[in-house]
Ligand binder design. Structure first.
Ligand code: FAD
Ligand code: NAP
Length: 333
């Protein structure tokens, strides 16, 4: 059923006010194709919304906003080493992480990331040294321009740091319906990030204890969007050349730098923002969180222009102080 003039303010974790001209949910591919046929017949633009935890709503949305509801899990194949398991787009990401441990491992580090399975490949979600791409075998969905069901291999998804083909060539042109994961059956936890290294030195590390510890750390550091509207990290960590990082480190010896596989260096955006004086500072109805400078929060009454203004102020200050251009992580919807 297609609904009209649908309120999206409770469907985005920044709680920005916006309405969709039309709203439709789908529970399988055939319902999705029916919605897409109506959209094509009426010339409605189509956008897909999951949990709304990584979007910026700049105002009312013309056309049809669709949302996947299917949340099944299916084991397709198992060997001694791996399980291939498909999870449907509407499943809550955290619920999938918890369920995935029955089949294999690796997703534990991605516990408690808000949102849906269908959105996970879009920005190749990552945390604590793991990213979804490490465990994705393929992604299936419907391409809007052709209305054809397609399966993309992991290579075709062109995963990169918080990036994929779904943010580039296929942006606004692909509805992910299910994601196939290839999960190693042996538990070989990734514990390199500081808090996990400290914890694991004395803890008994099991898939469940790792999920619990990550959930505990995240709850202690990150504002809960139910209480304080936010979209997680508001800026991506900038990746700069080794030469630029070395120059910056000469001037700022405490700048956290993380060398990347290709030779470039990742900088911690939160540190840059804090040094630029924005940790805990507000501009109107939006501010940078007092405990985690990378997280933009609002007082619940903010509109998009409040967020945009703060974004530009932070970007300008970090650029003038460090010569580094910060890019927002949430996508303009
Ligand atoms: P939405 O916000 O609904 O959509 C995001 C984008 O994906 C939009 O462009 C949308 O059109 C597209 N999209 C959504 N579903 C589909 C689909 N089925 N097919 C095609 N396109 C689709 N991210 C991390 O990477 N790591 C973290 O640790 C992390 N922590 C967070 C903590 C908090 C408190 C919050 C609020 C956010 C955090 N995020 C993190 C960001 C966010 O949770 C992820 O990006 C998540 O994958 C977004 O899922 P969603 O369902 O809410 O997507
Ligand atoms: P943190 O541990 O305080 O670290 C700050 C930054 O330094 C992180 O962004 C992380 O980069 C980087 N970093 C830290 N240790 C590293 C290591 N050993 N190797 C490489 N990079 C390292 O970060 P936090 O804010 O508490 O977040 C913890 C994790 O959750 C991070 O991975 C972060 O990405 C993720 N997270 C993401 C979001 C989001 O919305 N995208 C929101 C909350 C938390 P990376 O970000 O590349 O890991």
């Amino acid at each position: 059923m297609i609904r009209q003039n649908y309120d999206l303010s409770a469907r985005n974790t920044l709680r920005l006010p916006a309405r969709a001209q039309l709203w439709g949910e789908f529970s399988d591919v055939s319902e999705l194709l029916t919605l897409l046929s109506s959209a094509a017949a009426n010339d409605w633009p189509v956008r897909v919304l999951g949990g709304g935890s990584n979007v910026l709503l700049a105002g009312d949305i013309p056309g049809l906003v669709i949302c996947p509801r299917m949340a099944g899990v299916q084991v397709l194949h198992q060997t001694a080493e791996f399980s291939w398991v498909a999870a449907e787009a509407g499943l809550s990401w955290h619920d999938w992480v918890v369920r995935s441990t029955a089949y294999g491992h690796g997703l534990e580090n991605l516990a408690l990331i808000p949102g849906t399975v269908g959105a996970a490949p879009v920005q190749n979600i990552g945390a604590y040294g793991a990213e979804a791409a490490d465990f994705i075998d393929s992604v299936t969905g419907v391409q809007l321009s052709s209305r054809q069901l397609r399966t993309l291999s992991a290579a075709e998804c062109r995963f990169a740091y918080r990036d994929s083909v779904f943010k580039r060539e296929l942006a606004r042109d692909f509805v992910i319906t299910r994601v196939m994961f290839r999960l190693p059956r042996q538990f070989a936890p990734q514990l390199s990030y500081g808090p996990l290294a400290t914890w694991s030195a004395t803890a008994v590390v099991t898939p469940q204890s790792l999920i619990d510890e990550i959930s505990r750390i995240r709850r202690s550091k990150l504002p809960d969007p139910q209480q304080i509207p936010n979209a997680g990290s508001f800026f991506k960590n900038p990746v700069v050349s080794a030469a630029q990082a070395a120059g910056l480190q000469r001037e700022h010896p405490r700048l956290p730098c993380y060398p990347q596989a290709g030779g470039d260096v990742k900088l911690a955006a939160g540190w840059l923002i804090e040094q630029a004086g924005w940790k805990g500072r507000w501009s109107g109805h939006a501010g940078m969180h007092r405990d985690q400078a990378l997280v933009l929060v609002t007082d619940g009454t903010a509109v998009y222009t409040d967020v945009e203004r703060l974004q530009q102020q932070v970007q300008a200050d970090v650029l003038s102080r460090f010569g580094v251009q910060l890019e927002p992580e949430p996508q303009l919807f």
